[in-house]
Design a protein around this ligand. Structure first.
Ligand SMILES: C[S@@+](CC[C@H](N)C(=O)[O-])C[C@H]1O[C@@H](n2cnc3c(N)ncnc32)[C@H](O)[C@@H]1O
Length: 210
């Protein structure tokens, strides 16, 4: 069994991926979970749950049949989450990266797209390409009516988020160390690649005469 990881210890081990010295506050947890319609959610994904401050609320408020998928890149945190939620039905912990979530959903036999992605990943310190991949992947796994709920310590990546999502809401939570922004997004439709666009245009012009 691994020793219980401390947040601060994991931060000093992996500052770029852990991104903060302490877990999020109760106030930030409330703000991040506020947009979730727990009565109607079939599947909620959380990226980077850390020690599980948001997860505790997800699990308290969800219906037992709502699937909760936790994707955590830190091995010690993933192990802690596995132990903590071991007795909970429909809670799945994956040790891996957020951009692999589609595979994890397949592994548990979840068919379709998810209602919510809760995300506290430190985009400012993650490699830029990984950030892109995670956002692109998130758009693919979310229902068109689904929501991405992000918290960030600065607004410096808003332009990046705007490439994949349309912003619905923004709030600043001061009672957190450091204060944080909560951003709520819905997916924008995917822009087709150039070959797919050419194919679509061919189809439109061949149908024009019929
Ligand atoms: C700022 S902490 C947030 C932890 C917790 N959600 C909270 O609010 O206290 C960021 C978390 O994201 C995890 N993380 C970083 N990159 C990740 C990735 N690519 N996929 C999944 N988790 C990742 C870190 O290990 C860490 O647990």
């Amino acid at each position: 069994m691994l020793p219980i990881p401390s947040f601060v210890g994991e931060f000093f081990r992996n500052p770029a991926t852990v991104g903060s010295l302490i877990p999020s506050s109760k106030e930030l947890t409330n703000k991040v979970t506020e947009p979730i319609d727990f009565a109607n959610a079939s599947c909620i994904v959380e990226y980077g749950p850390g020690t599980g401050v948001f997860t505790d609320i997800l699990i308290q408020r969800r219906k037992a049949e709502t699937v909760v998928v936790l994707v955590e890149v830190n091995r010690r945190f993933a192990q802690l989450l596995r132990e903590r939620y071991a007795g909970q039905p429909n809670v799945h912990v994956f040790h891996g990266s957020a951009d692999q979530t589609g595979q994890y959903l397949q592994k548990i036999g979840f068919v379709g797209q998810v209602d919510y992605v809760l995300c506290g990943l430190p985009f400012s310190s993650l490699p830029r390409r990984l950030g892109w991949r995670i956002l692109e992947h998130t758009r693919q796994i979310l229902l068109p009516s689904g929501k991405l709920i992000l918290f960030q310590y600065s607004l410096q990546n808003k332009r990046l988020f705007g490439k994949f999502f349309h912003q619905l809401d923004e709030a600043h939570v001061l009672l957190n160390l450091p204060p944080a922004y909560v951003l709520v997004y819905e997916p924008t439709p995917e822009v087709p690649t150039a070959p797919a666009r050419a194919e679509q245009e061919k189809l439109v012009s061949s149908n024009a005469g019929s």
